[in-house]
Design a protein around this ligand. Sequence first.
Ligand SMILES: CC(C)(COP(=O)(O)OP(=O)(O)OC[C@H]1O[C@@H](n2cnc3c(N)ncnc32)[C@H](O)[C@@H]1OP(=O)(O)O)[C@@H](O)C(=O)NCCC(=O)NCCS
Length: 148
Amino acid sequence: MITYRQANAFDLPVFVSLDKELFPYSPWSASQYKEEFSAPTRYFVVAIDEQQNIIGYAGVFAPGAAEADVLTIGVVPTERGKGIARQLMAMITDWASQQGSTAMMLEVKVDNVEAIGLYESLGYSKLNVRKDYFGAGLDAVVMRLELP
Ligand SMILES: CC(C)(COP(=O)(O)OP(=O)(O)OC[C@H]1O[C@@H](n2cnc3c(N)ncnc32)[C@H](O)[C@@H]1OP(=O)(O)O)[C@@H](O)C(=O)NCCC(=O)NCCS
């Protein structure tokens, strides 16, 4: 059974190592994660398997009554297609709603069909393209979901 909970400082090394695997073009360092974890406007969650391994994670920045930003979301390759990302997105979106967020925003690499498929299935619309957002030649699509 897969369980979900809020992330804590002990999870930090796993975030850093999974970032290197899932986001080789823009991984966060340990010090970046440390800073993010301690900010009250940020919320990180993890999915855990029966062996207590972290198999997915997500994070959001929600500064009160304004737009929230999806900071990260990833699921290990062997556990994809099971609805884990959908559940992680629901958790961070609920939290952002509780903070008074008016919308969810995110940037995703233009060729990331899995993630764009996920966001479109959740009702996100494509707004525009940011050239070189993830580095030279790595453009991002900006996507947005209005919150009720
Ligand atoms: C994107 C990612 C998080 C999806 O995780 P996942 O747990 O496999 O996704 P889910 O099983 O919850 O899928 C939810 C929905 O996303 C969409 N989706 C998932 N995989 C997809 C694929 N390969 N192609 C198209 N759409 C896909 C579908 O709409 C799916 O709903 P459905 O199963 O009812 O069809 C995962 O592929 C991943 O970690 N990728 C690498 C990291 C990354 O790129 N993160 C996004 C950064 S912006």
